[in-house]
Design a protein around this ligand. Structure first.
Ligand code: ZN
Length: 487
């Protein structure tokens, strides 16, 4: 397959020279970018696309998500409340999840990501109720059907956060042991996922990682085993890390150290590891990440949605930590719109009073933010074959139609227009691995209506099931007795 995109109005390479080219053509042959320049011959091309009025970028790379959560978006009982309250009711809904639900959620997630500029995504799937350890297969199936390049992290939940087990039993009648996994089950399932889907070759469409959703500080053996497996498989590690006071106290009491120093001593901190959120990180902790080459992923929409502190991302950048962007889970955002996540990254750190010494001259600009979602994200995934437009890189390109009302009068800086202007972030074209997967703003290999109808059916089923099991109406906002019992 040979595809030529002619007369691209603005092309941003995000290669080391950070070139902005105008009026150029781009040729993709097979799976790779073959040539970039003016006046390329279209002879022998299977497809010729018109780039006039369009902006071309390397496909964006999303580095944090939980696809399965996309079928519990915008549930009234979960709309208000911080992390633990949100998790409590989420567990009630997710406890009924099955393979077909994850498949529907993954199709919805992959479609939304592709339509908003993502050509490579990671997913951190960590929720495996007892007897349902096969929830990775439907994810890999869904992304392959839609054409998304995919890093599937076989996560795990060996223990539940804080006092959630008590509240889950008391208020929802659910035994936490039904939703957590023991270390042997986790290690067997992770090894199985690596053997099925981890492709180490250049241009791989699927790779695998591992890691617990929150760090089980009292299970150092499991942490060591997961780290060893990632090394042996040449895979990646990922977790959420913003230690709560009770986790810090546990580390002090049992190991006489801090969560960060404990993880560093265990050998967990290194370039294979990426951390989600990193709110509540001190300067010393950021320094530990920097000296070990740990990457972080920033999800500002989730932080605002759940009422987290603003993450110290400018401080991380200043310390030399590799920062990337992830839309995070479908029910803690509740959107998988990648360009919206970039826009929030551009703005959130400008809010006065949340960072020390972060004046306008240091504010992130569009180029900084797009670099996080391209080259920095490729570095997090330890890939040198994606993240920029250069000959020899994989054919992952997006085109955005800039002749839309949202971008009118904003073209003195076309790249900036994408973030400063507009809220409808649907792109025009996405090419992944040389294959056109979005064209004229539509998915090529799936019907949007079918994806949405199936996701709606699954959501209804899950929420009705949750109501049957818990006696709680998920369609109503949290109030009355239930709110009082939560304390
Ligand atoms: Zn997350």
């Amino acid at each position: 397959m040979k595809t030529i995109i002619k007369n691209i109005s603005d092309l941003y390479t995000f290669d080391p020279q950070r070139r902005h080219l105008q009026g150029v053509d781009l040729c993709i042959e097979g799976t790779q970018i073959a040539e970039i320049g003016p006046g390329l011959s279209a002879e022998g091309a299977d497809r010729v696309l018109d780039g006039a009025g369009k902006l071309a970028l390397p496909g964006l790379i999303n580095t944090h998500h939980h696809f399965y959560q996309n079928v519990t978006r915008n549930v009234p009982i979960m709309q208000k409340g911080g992390l633990l309250r949100w998790l409590l009711f989420s567990y009630g809904a997710w406890s009924g999840i099955e393979e077909e639900d994850v498949y529907a959620a993954a199709r919805l997630s992959a479609a939304e990501l592709l339509l908003t500029g993502v050509t490579t995504s990671m997913d951190f799937m960590y929720f495996f109720p007892r007897g349902r350890q096969n929830l990775m297969d439907p994810e890999f199936q869904a992304v392959s059907e839609l054409g998304l390049r995919f890093h599937g992290f076989r996560g795990c939940m060996p223990a539940m956060e804080g006092d959630l087990p008590v509240k889950l039993k008391k208020l929802l009648g659910i035994d936490a042991g039904e939703l957590t996994e023991d270390p042997d089950t986790i290690l067997t399932a992770c090894a199985d996922t690596f053997s099925k889907y981890h492709d180490r070759s250049r241009g791989a469409m699927t790779r695998v990682g591992a890691g617990p959703t929150t760090v089980p500080f009292d299970m150092p053996e499991l942490l060591r085993d997961l780290q060893r497996m990632a090394e042996e498989q040449d895979g990646l590690l990922h977790t959420h890390l913003h230690p709560r006071p009770d986790e810090t106290a546990l580390c002090q009491a049992r190991f006489g150290t801090t969560p960060h120093r404990l993880l560093e001593d265990l050998g967990w901190f290194g370039p294979r590891l990426s951390l989600a959120h990193i709110t509540r990180h001190t300067a010393e902790e950021i320094g530990i990440l920097a000296r070990n080459g740990v990457s972080v992923t920033h999800s500002p929409s989730c932080h605002m949605r759940l009422g987290y502190p603003v993450a110290p991302v400018p401080e991380c950048v200043r310390a030399g930590v590799n920062v990337t962007i992830g839309v995070d889970g479908g029910s803690s955002n509740d959107s998988g719109d990648m360009l919206a996540e970039l826009r929030n990254t551009l703005y959130v750190h400008r809010i006065q009073g949340v960072h020390q010494d972060f004046g306008p001259e240091e504010w992130f600009g569009p180029e900084d933010v797009f670099q996080m979602a391209t080259g920095n994200a490729a570095k997090l995934l330890r890939r040198d074959d994606i993240g920029s437009i250069e000959t020899g890189k994989m054919g992952d390109i997006i085109l955005i139609d800039m002749e839309q009302i949202a971008y009118g009068s904003a073209m003195s800086d076309p790249l900036g227009a994408l973030l400063y202007c507009g809220c409808n972030h649907r792109i025009d074209t996405a090419v992944v691995n040389g294959r056109i997967v979005v064209e004229n703003g539509n998915l090529i290999s799936a019907s949007e209506r079918d994806i949405v109808r199936e996701a709606n059916r699954v959501t209804k089923k899950l929420l009705e099931g949750a109501r049957r099991r818990t006696g709680i109406d998920y369609a109503k906002a949290l109030s009355g007795d239930l709110l009082e019992q939560l304390g």
